[in-house]
Design a protein around this ligand. Structure first.
Ligand SMILES: [Zn+2]
Length: 497
C-alpha cells in the first residue's frame, strides 16, 4: 500500500479500519447515498454522542425521541409537502431523472443558475439544445420532485419518513410546555434518523439518503430573545464569523469577533441567537477540531428558508469537499408552531413572562447537527501521515480504543496470560481496552495508530519479573515504564481533560 498524505490513503483507511463502509449493500453493488458503520466508526460515533449528551446537561437541554414516520398532515403543516422539492428533468426515452439546476450548472458553467424560475430554466434547455447525456433524447417538462420518502401505514394511511427530526420535536410542544413548569426557554434536543430521497447523491457520506441528525430546539419568548441571562456568561467568546456582507464583497475569511461585538455591530440581532451560535461552536471545539478549520457562514437572503429570520452554517474545512456544513443555526421564528397550531386546531399561545394576560406563540431557535458529517470531518482533520506513519490524532475520549494491550511475543504463555490480565483489569475499570496478539509488534502499533488509539501497553519479559509495562504515547511515540497497578488511574487521569 502507498502511504502518503493523500485523500486516497485517507479514503482507504476509513474502509480498511472499519469506520465507514459502502455504498450499502456492497455485496449487491451498493445504492448511492446509503452507508454502514463498522465497529470502529460506530464506537467513534457513540463516543461523540456521549460527549454531546453529557455537555448538553450543562446547557440545560433535555432529550426526546419521536417516531421517524409521520402522517401526511404533519408534512403539509410543516411546509415540506409543498416546498421540500427539487426541480427535475426526465428523459422521454430512458426515464433517467436529472436535477435541473445541477444539470444546467454542469453544462453551462459560465451562467448563474441559482434563483432561476422553472420557465427560465426550460428556456435555457431549448436554447442550448440540451438532451439526455445517456441516450441523447429530449426531456419532458420540468417537474417538481419531493425529497421525502413516501410510504403507507396500516390501512392505507399515507405517511412519510421524516426529512428532519426538528418537526417531530415541535409536535410535542403542549407536552413539553407542561413538563417545563413555566421555566423558559424550553430547551430540548432529539437525536435520530432522517431520510431524504436525493436524486443522485455524489458526495459520499456527506449526502446520505438515511442519516443521523442531532437537533437542539429552544422555545423562547420574543422578550427573552433580546434579554437572555445566559448570554452574559458567554458574550466575550470570540467566534469566526463570515457574515453575508463580507461574502458579497468576495471575502471568504471570517472575522474573529466576540459575540457582544457582533451584537453591537448588528451582525447578530438577538443575544439568545448568539448563545445558540456559541453552543454550536463549543460542541465542535471539544471534539478537538482545530480552530483554523472552523467558520460560521451566514446565509444570504436568497439562501435562507422562507420563514427564517437568520441562518448561519457552522462549516469545517476539508480537503476532499472544501468547506462542509456540519451544523446549521436557524432562527425559525414562530413559523413552525403557528403552522401546527393551524393544522391541528390546537392553541399554542402561552404566557411566558410575568404578566399572565400577555400570551404569545413561542419563537424557535434551532441548532441542527449532522452527526455523520461530524464523524467524517473529524476523521479527516485527525488524519496525519508522518514520515510514512499514518496516525489519527483523535481525542482519547473519542477514539474507538482508549488503549491497546500487547503481549510482546504471543507464543510465551506467561507473557500472554499477564497481558490478558492487564487488559481485563483495564476493562473492569471501564477503560476502553483492546487486546491484540496478532502479527509483529510493529504492525500492531501501526494498526492502533490508524485507529487513533492514544496509548499502547506492551507486556514483555521484564514485566514477569517486576510487574511493570511500557506505555507508548501515540503522537510522540515516547515510551515509559510504569507499574501495572498504577495503569487504570494513570490512563483515567490522562484521559479526562
Ligand atoms: Zn435518456
Amino acid at each position: 500500500m502507498k502511504v502518503d498524505d493523500t485523500i486516497d490513503t485517507f479514503n482507504s483507511l476509513v474502509k480498511r479500519r472499519g469506520f465507514i463502509w459502502g455504498p450499502s449493500p456492497e455485496i449487491y453493488g451498493g445504492l448511492a447515498g446509503f452507508y454502514s458503520y463498522g465497529p470502529a466508526g460506530m464506537t467513534l460515533k457513540n463516543n461523540i454522542l456521549s460527549l454531546f449528551r453529557r455537555e448538553l446537561r450543562y446547557f440545560g437541554f433535555g432529550e426526546v425521541e419521536c417516531p421517524t414516520i409521520m402522517p401526511e398532515i404533519v408534512w403539509s403543516a410543516s411546509g415540506h409537502l409543498d416546498r421540500f422539492i427539487d426541480p427535475v428533468l426526465k428523459c422521454k426515452k430512458c426515464s433517467t431523472l436529472y436535477r435541473v439546476d445541477k444539470f444546467l450548472q454542469e453544462n453551462l458553467p459560465n451562467l448563474m443558475i441559482d434563483g432561476l424560475s422553472f420557465n427560465e430554466m426550460e428556456e435555457l434547455i431549448k436554447k442550448h439544445e440540451l438532451t439526455c447525456p445517456k441516450c441523447d433524447t429530449n426531456f419532458s417538462k420540468i417537474e417538481e420532485y419531493n425529497l421525502m420518502l413516501k410510504t403507507s401505514v396500516g390501512n392505507n394511511v399515507t405517511a412519510y419518513l421524516r426529512p428532519e427530526t426538528a418537526t417531530t420535536t415541535y409536535l410535542l410542544f403542549n407536552r413539553l410546555d407542561q413538563d417545563a413548569r413555566k421555566q423558559y426557554p424550553i430547551r430540548v434536543f432529539q437525536y435520530g434518523k432522517a431520510y431524504r430521497n436525493e436524486i443522485s447523491p455524489r458526495q459520499g457520506v456527506l449526502r446520505m439518503r438515511a442519516f443521523d441528525q442531532f437537533e437542539l430546539q429552544m422555545f423562547i419568548s420574543k422578550h427573552q430573545e433580546m434579554e437572555f441571562d445566559d448570554y452574559e456568561e458567554i458574550k466575550n467568546n470570540k467566534l469566526p464569523l463570515l457574515d453575508w456582507k463580507l461574502q458579497e464583497n468576495g471575502i471568504d475569511i471570517p472575522n474573529s469577533l466576540s459575540l457582544s461585538e457582533a451584537i453591537s455591530n448588528k451582525i447578530l440581532k438577538k443575544p439568545a441567537y448568539a448563545y445558540c451560535l456559541y453552543i454550536g461552536y463549543y460542541l465542535t471545539k471539544i471534539l478537538g477540531i482545530p480552530e483554523k478549520s472552523i467558520r460560521f457562514r451566514q446565509h444570504s437572503l436568497n439562501e435562507r428558508a422562507h420563514y427564517a429570520d437568520d441562518a448561519w452554517d457552522l462549516e469545517i474545512k476539508t480537503r476532499q469537499f472544501g468547506w462542509v456544513e456540519i451544523c446549521g443555526i436557524h432562527d425559525r421564528t414562530d413559523y413552525d408552531l403557528r403552522r401546527h397550531a393551524e393544522y391541528s386546531k390546537q392553541n399554542f399561545e402561552i404566557s411566558m413572562g410575568s404578566d399572565p394576560n400577555i400570551k404569545e406563540v413561542p419563537q424557535v431557535l434551532e441548532i441542527a447537527f449532522g452527526i455523520d458529517r461530524i464523524v467524517y470531518t473529524l476523521l479527516e482533520t485527525a488524519f496525519n501521515v508522518e514520515e510514512g506513519r499514518i496516525v489519527l490524532k483523535l481525542h482519547p475520549t473519542l477514539s474507538p480504543n482508549t488503549v491497546a494491550v500487547f503481549p510482546l511475543v504471543r507464543n510465551k504463555e506467561k507473557i500472554r496470560s499477564l497481558a490478558l490480565k492487564v487488559h481485563r483489569e483495564l476493562l473492569k475499570n471501564r477503560v476502553g481496552s483492546f487486546f491484540d496478539a496478532a502479527g509483529s509488534i510493529g504492525k500492531r502499533y501501526r494498526r492502533q495508530d490508524e485507529l487513533g488509539t492514544k496509548w499502547c501497553i506492551t507486556i514483555d519479559y521484564e514485566s514477569l519479573d517486576d510487574n511493570t509495562v511500557t506505555i507508548r504515547e501515540r503522537d510522540s511515540m515516547n515510551q515509559i515504564r510504569i507499574g501495572i497497578s498504577d495503569l487504570p488511574q494513570t490512563i483515567q487521569n490522562k484521559k479526562i481533560e
